[in-house]
Design a protein around this ligand. Structure first.
Ligand SMILES: [Mn+2]
Length: 334
């Protein structure tokens, strides 16, 4: 048995109640994998709850499971009543992504399960597999191993549906380059448990709110194509969101949409965050098309992520933040 499995199994044996941390701006992988983890722990007689730094976006409510407790932020009143002895994190790449949840003194993470190459979560132990397309794939391996080692059956419809949500979400419905034979093989296994894949995929990818459509329209209308059409960038300010009646979560697919423009190698959404003095913080969501590693580009500004999907932020004036990023991106174009 891999040492990661062994130490994880020992940890869950030793503890009775777990707090599972997921990243800010939670996506289908964060919710799917944490839900599956919570259901797994429940199945082996443990208590657990999922703590998201922010309320879970409405469009992902379908991915929650009624058998799982979710806290919508570190200030959630119900959280103070929840007793736990062990903190886990899943799909979280860094401590910054769990603000208020993991002030390492308050909630030291005992075990981090993740697939981000750049994982820097200050956890006592980790199982990080950058080859996994989603955190759900790592959890799938863990549960499979647990079944084998304990000669028991864990997988059921709900666990499999959550894992499917996680994998399909992070592979963009098995379209992104992170998709591996293992992603497909795992999905095939999960489908045998009656998972309604067409419905999950419809809810994940083919359903949009009007506010999302409005902000996407804005993003397309204001897209700039630079360096001979190889870089696509659009800027969304807080007031643009307000005008569209949209929230931050409605911008999630924007960089993906810009990436679809023929000839684009790097697609960027630059979004205004909170103000810091006279400056704003701008968050960059970056997607790449051919063999470009945008996690390296984002690392130049203290960010990170995956090769073809990464992010970072810059605190500066709008013009300076834009210019700094666009100039740095030039060196990454082919
Ligand atoms: Mn993920």
């Amino acid at each position: 048995m891999k040492p990661q499995f062994d130490s994880f199994f020992r940890l869950i044996e030793k503890n009775k109640s777990f707090l599972i941390l997921i990243h800010t701006n939670p996506d289908g992988d964060a919710i799917g994998s944490s839900t599956a983890l919570s259901l797994f722990l429940k199945k082996i007689g443990k208590k657990s709850a999922v703590l998201s730094p922010e309320p879970i976006p409405k469009r992902l409510n379908f991915a929650k499971n009624e058998g799982v407790v979710y806290f919508g932020g570190p200030k959630d009143k119900a959280l103070s009543k929840f007793r736990y002895t062990c903190v886990l994190s899943i799909d979280v790449a860094s401590d910054e992504l769990i603000p208020g949840c993991s002030a390492s003194k308050k909630n030291p993470v005992s075990f981090a399960i993740d697939h981000h190459r750049t994982n820097t979560v200050s956890a006592k132990e980790k199982y990080v597999d950058p080859k996994a397309a989603s955190a759900g794939e790592i959890l799938f391996k863990i549960i499979k191993e647990y079944e084998k080692a304990h000669k028991t059956k864990i997988f059921d419809h709900d666990i499999c549906a959550s894992l499917y949500t996680s994998i399909s979400s992070d592979t963009g419905c098995f379209k992104y380059s992170n998709t591996t034979p293992f992603s497909h093989k795992t999905a095939a296994f999960l489908l045998k448990y009656g998972v309604d894949a067409p419905e999950i995929n419809r809810l994940l990818f083919d359903t949009k709110t009007m506010s999302q459509i409005k902000i996407e329209q804005f993003a397309y209308n204001n897209m700039k194509l630079l360096y001979g059409g190889r870089l696509a960038i659009t800027v969304i300010d807080t007031k643009d969101l307000e005008n569209a009646g949209a929230s931050e979560e409605d911008t999630e697919a924007v960089s993906q949409l810009l990436r679809a423009v023929s000839g684009v190698q790097i697609a960027v959404l630059m979004r205004q965050q909170h103000k810091e003095g006279g400056k704003s913080r701008y968050k960059f969501s970056v997607r790449a098309n051919p063999d470009i590693d945008v996690s390296q580009l984002c690392a130049l500004f203290g960010g990170g992520g995956h090769k073809k999907a990464a992010g970072c932020s810059i605190a500066d004036t709008k013009k300076n933040a834009f210019d700094k990023f666009v100039l740095a991106a030039k060196d990454f174009l082919i």
